[in-house]
Design a protein around this ligand. Sequence first.
Ligand code: SF4
Length: 435
Amino acid sequence: MSSAKKVGFYTLGCKLNFSETSTIAREFEAGGFVRARQGETADVYVVNSCSVTEHADKKCRNIVRRIVRTNPDAIVAVTGCYAQLRPQDLAAIDGVDLVIGNNDKGSIYERVSALGAKRKASVHTCEAGELTNFFAAFSTGDRTRSFLKVQDGCNYHCSYCTIPLARGASRNLPIADLAAEAQRIAAQGQREIVLTGINTGDFGRTTGEPFIDLLRALDRVEGIDRYRISSIEPNLLTDEVIAFTAASKRFQSHFHIPIQSGSDRILALMRRRYNTAQFADRIAAVRRAVPDVFLGIDVIVGFPGETDEDFADTYRFLERLAPAFLHVFPYSARPDTPAAGFPNRVPPPVAERRAAELGALSERLHRAFYEKQVGTQARVLWESTRRNGYMYGYTGNYVKVRTPFDRALINTITPVKLTATDGEEVMDAAILSRE
Ligand code: SF4
């Protein structure tokens, strides 16, 4: 039996956290730790927290309490945005050893190793203005796809958002370093990279290198067949970026663009950097260049002051735009943000009803997008998950497909014909040829 110490990880929130946890896990593994499997007891737990909503804070506290209750002897370290913003909430939980802010994420393994035994929680955080470190990260948990962190922080200060306080100003690694990271990912056999950041399109604040040059450099990395941009602000989705991704064989027909509201009045209150006409113009430009594009759109409902009319504008606007998917978030007031003090708060049941209406619209649009793909041909990167005799993968334009499980197909890209949709979230695909 192995006597190696075990480490367990919990990740909340965004893909950036996910890529950072994966990198922290590799540091523990290099130090001789073994990753605990789901349900297995560990000697050390690392919780990478999120603070984008009140619910995320609560979920983190619940996870931490559960860990210390069921594993009273384990070392418990909490990091991430909630740890950065409210370290005392976490340090007050009996059994927590370390609370580590976002600037010190890269030192978690060292700090845990130096700890030795359990002790009263020590807190390692800094002021928002001192959040200047860049913790380079990419994920390795998946055999086919990696989330590569290309940018961190944000300078936009939208009125509802706590992220600039939790992650600091916009910053990035040099393109040459990121191209080298992409080469390392390729050398491990992963074939798809998702470019991940807090405000990904704002890349270049540190080095002065434009985002388009990052795309060009990554496009030249041998061994990576696919790229996706996790999310891009509409004002940064330039004609140049659209034209480049449309012409590239590697950048996929997939964009995720936050709108947050379809009411110009609410967009102004949110301090977003565009209005609905400008947003519609960007969507039209994408559709002209990439007709089969999968468009995902983020939207917030129940922002302070959002009237029934504002919501109706949002609904109609999104219905007209007809993206393939909507990510709907009920507004959550975050401490120390301007919107938390705005008048005319929307009662939670009203916000929930609006979220449900947009959720139903999203289901309808998603179904329509899938139905349009029936009978078309596409290329699919096959993943390793096996469920009910099937394996799964995604087309370039992010349609989830399945085919009978065949181990030899894992991590290969094959042309397929999309044969049928059950109207839900997966399409049947017939393989046309193999790699
Ligand atoms: S762009 Fe706005 S919503 Fe996005 S992270 Fe920056 S401040 Fe927050």
